[in-house]
Design a binder for this molecule. Structure first.
Ligand code: TTP
Ligand code: CA
Ligand code: CA
Length: 411
């Protein structure tokens, strides 16, 4: 078996997640163009989640509600609950836990964010293939699966997306030999069957729809998931990688969205991830260091060895509030007020986490963003789950960052 095709890895990501949570809460929002906004004092609030019905009008995350209404006059809005003067995401965290619980019934999960998780389905896929004893899989087991790169041939002019999907699945299944359970493509196909079942189970238990990607590693699974949203899943086989990568912008790849991705496009003068295959491993190591160079050499060929970790819970518990532009905090009193509000939220979430998950936090990290977008972080030990103590520790950590002077009333 060629390297990098040993595993079956899936990434499940909820469709417009906060929106679906609000739609379950208020059924009048279902099937309608709608969005979730945070706060509403300025421009009707900032949009953080958008239903697919509203996306077709051009409504997007980051717009103000007033801008979105101009694009889509019938847009309905749901508001993020607030507590202690800031957004309260409890409702979404609880909905996330419901989803993660269902996914965990199928395999160990690595929670990757509030609405997505990786699963290593290698073991389950192998077992199911053994049970199959060489019988072929039917297209009816893959009712929402797209096979990336298929159907082959020139793009037909008038075929509907669903018709192309079905033809792709047919072509794919016809290309498989079912008598070899070690065949990587066959294992991926069984992985996709399991993910179809998983997504049905998620919707049945929670009412939420999701999309998924099925491939040989986390990078390809994540990329695959985004190819046919919403409520669909995409299988990316290793043979589809060269074509897919030949037009895939570097920044669309997991871990290449930021500075490293920008360095790759600048230094190598490439636009697409597939173009990186022109460079030797040594060349890549010269530019990016030994470790990153080798990693990149594999990555641009669709190879990524990062294991799916067994991690169900978030690694940290954090809360924050932004004060953009004119709302920037300008006095020590204000800084103290908001630090205390954050500490109060933290205290209650830490206490809940300790009783639910039988663990205790060790480190407190305080991050502040200052004028000109500079960020600064400071750490200390967490000694007690007590808001007053967390607040005073946090304030002590950042007090000397006050440009006006550590003990001034101004900040
Ligand atoms: P995403 O998975 O990035 O987006 P989404 O689920 O809304 O839409 P899609 O169907 O395209 O996956 O984020 C999950 C949730 O996290 C989202 O519903 C709201 C929240 N979120 C924010 O509040 N701010 C942000 O900047 C992002 C990226 C997400
Ligand atoms: Ca999502
Ligand atoms: Ca997500």
């Amino acid at each position: 078996m060629s390297r990098g095709r040993e595993r079956v890895v899936a990434l499940v990501d909820m469709d417009c997640f906060f929106m679906q949570v609000e739609q379950r809460f208020d059924p009048q929002l279902r099937g309608r163009p709608c969005a979730v906004v945070q706060y509403n004092k300025w421009q009707g609030g900032g949009i953080i989640a958008v239903s697919y019905e509203a996306r077709s009008f051009g409504v997007a995350r980051g717009m103000w509600a007033t801008e979105a209404r101009a694009l889509c006059p019938e847009l309905l809005l749901a508001r993020v609950p607030e507590a202690r003067g800031k957004a309260d995401l409890t409702r979404y965290r609880e909905a996330s836990a419901e989803v993660m619980e269902v996914l965990s019934r199928f395999a160990a999960i690595e929670r990757a964010s509030i609405d997505e998780a990786y699963l290593d389905l290698t073991g389950s896929a192998r077992e199911r293939l053994r049970e199959l004893r060489g019988r072929p899989l039917g297209a009816e087991l893959l009712p929402t699966t797209f096979v990336q790169g298929l159907p082959g041939g020139p793009d037909p002019q008038h075929a509907a997306k669903e018709e192309l999907r079905q033809r792709g699945v047919q072509e794919w299944l016809a290309s498989l030999s079912f008598d070899n359970p070690d065949c990587p493509d066959l294992q991926l196909t069984m992985g996709a069957v399991i993910v179809e079942e998983m997504r049905v189970a998620v919707e049945k238990a929670t009412g939420f729809r999701c999309s998924a990607g099925i491939s040989h590693n986390k990078m390809l699974a994540k990329l695959a998931c985004g190819l046919n949203k919403p409520n669909r899943q995409t299988l990316v086989s290793s043979r589809s990688v060269p074509q897919l990568f030949s037009q895939m912008p570097v920044s669309n790849i997991r871990n290449l969205g930021g500075k490293l991705g920008a360095a790759i496009t600048d230094i190598l003068e490439v636009e697409y991830i597939g173009q990186v295959t022109q460079f030797s491993e040594t060349e890549l190591q010269t530019h990016f260091g030994d470790k990153t160079g080798s990693w990149l050499y594999d990555l641009c060929r669709g190879i990524d060895d990062e294991p799916v970790k067994n991690r169900h819970l978030p690694q940290s518990i954090g809360c924050s509030k932004n004060f953009p532009g004119r709302t920037a905090l300008a006095t020590q009193k204000e800084v103290q007020h908001w630090l205390l509000q954050l500490a109060l939220e933290l205290e209650s979430r830490l206490i809940k986490d300790r009783s639910q998950n039988h663990r205790v936090a060790k480190q407190l990290m305080v991050v502040i963003r200052m004028q000109g977008d500079t960020r600064l972080s400071r750490f200390c030990a967490v000694t007690r789950y007590d808001a007053q103590k967390i607040y005073s520790d946090a304030f002590a950590l950042i007090q000397n960052c006050n440009m006006a002077g550590a003990h001034q009333a101004a900040w």
